[in-house]
Design a protein around this ligand. Structure first.
Ligand code: WQD
Length: 337
């Protein structure tokens, strides 16, 4: 079985390619290398002893997408990661996000609807829930008005896929990630450090390594036990495994509906200070940080109700926060060596 992984040289994409190849799938990757590097192929090969096919391609070029699918008629399923994903950047450059995250999805679905059947896994985000009223968050929680163009592209993407699956032979699973962190235990692949990290964990590991002066904790006056925001930090390998299970579910026609939605998290919320303490425990060193004013757009708390993923999808996150942070730290040290 051949699976197309768009954005397959990216952070979550590359870890998913590893798990797909571990399960015996053949993989072809499309990536435009705007936020990744072809060197990631070496890491995937080092882990699995198998090199996936790779085509550098900008999915915004419709003719190129059509050409690709003519050449690869034997694709059984698609896992679609390729998208721009920096929340802050999307506010200043919305059209880049609508073009790169929406047009590309439409071009992919237009190709898939021509096949006799197609399995489609979509990379969505807990961002669609905004600040949910009830914790932990279930898949039935209401979708709030997006706080950024990035979040809006995930909501619109889900709607486009839902409308399309209803009237075509496409079956889809929408995976709403909470906060992916960490790296493959081999440290052969991980989150590529391009520019100043926006996310908490890469900023922590870079600070731990001495690349950053100190961590700014965005807000210490939230209505939470220690005053800092709470998130559900999930190891990227656990997340990758969920994608393979979801793809197998569709290929084996075990899905109960044409569209299924699953929250992917650990079910445990951790505060910013708890993540800092986890880093200090696994690294054995103090992390310099200071509490600064809140960051615009942050929700107070978000962590997953994992019942549906556990009981219907048959997947449960295995790694603890400490294990995920330890893998992130090991990767940081490897990348800098
Ligand atoms: C986590 C917590 C920050 C950096 C975003 C996207 C989401 C998904 C994951 C793509 C927050 C605090 C952070 C720092 C800090 N991305 N923080 N100092 O915002 O929960 O989710 O990334 O799919 O869609 O919204 O993740 O890691 O940026 O922040 O105090 O230097 O860490 O305030 O409370 P977030 P994050």
């Amino acid at each position: 079985m051949k699976i197309l992984v768009t954005g397959g040289l990216g952070f979550i994409g590359s870890h998913t390619v590893v798990e797909l190849q571990n399960q015996g799938f053949d993989v072809v990757i499309i990536d435009d290398l705007s936020n990744s590097s072809e060197d990631v192929l070496k890491g995937i090969t080092a882990i699995t002893n198998k090199t996936p096919e790779f085509e550098k391609l900008d999915l915004r070029e419709k003719a190129k997408v059509q050409e690709f699918f003519k050449k690869h008629q034997d694709i059984s399923g698609v896992i679609h990661f390729a998208a721009s994903k920096a929340v802050g950047e999307s506010v200043g450059n919305p059209l880049l996000y609508y073009e790169n995250n929406i047009n590309t999805l439409v071009y992919l679905l237009q190709e898939l609807q021509q096949k006799s059947e197609a399995s489609f896994i979509f990379s969505s985000s807990c961002t669609v829930y905004g600040q949910a009223e009830v914790m932990p968050i279930t898949e039935n929680a209401s979708i709030q008005t997006a706080m950024s163009p990035y979040g809006n592209t995930k909501q619109i993407g889900e709607e486009i896929i839902t409308d399309t699956a209803k009237v075509t032979n496409i079956n889809a699973i929408l995976l709403r990630y909470f906060n992916p962190i960490g790296a493959h235990p081999s440290a052969e692949i991980g989150e590529l450090p391009l520019g100043v990290p926006q996310n908490l964990v890469p900023f922590i590991t870079q600070t731990g390594f001495g690349l950053r002066q100190e961590l700014s904790v965005f807000g210490g006056d939230y209505p939470t036990p220690d005053g800092t925001c709470i998130r559900d930090y999930i190891h990227v390998v656990d997340l990758a495994k969920a994608h393979v299970i979801a793809m197998q579910r569709l290929l084996e026609k075990k899905n109960l509906e044409k569209i299924e939605i699953f929250n992917l998290g650990t079910g445990t919320g951790s505060s910013v200070l708890e993540v800092i303490h986890s880093f200090e425990k696994v690294s054995g060193q103090k992390l310099p940080y200071k509490i600064v004013p809140r960051r615009e757009g942050d929700v107070i708390s978000a962590y997953a109700n994992t019942d549906k993923a556990n009981n219907v999808l048959g997947w449960t996150a295995q790694s603890t926060l400490d294990q995920a942070i330890e893998s992130a730290w090991k990767w940081e040290q490897k990348v800098r060596s």
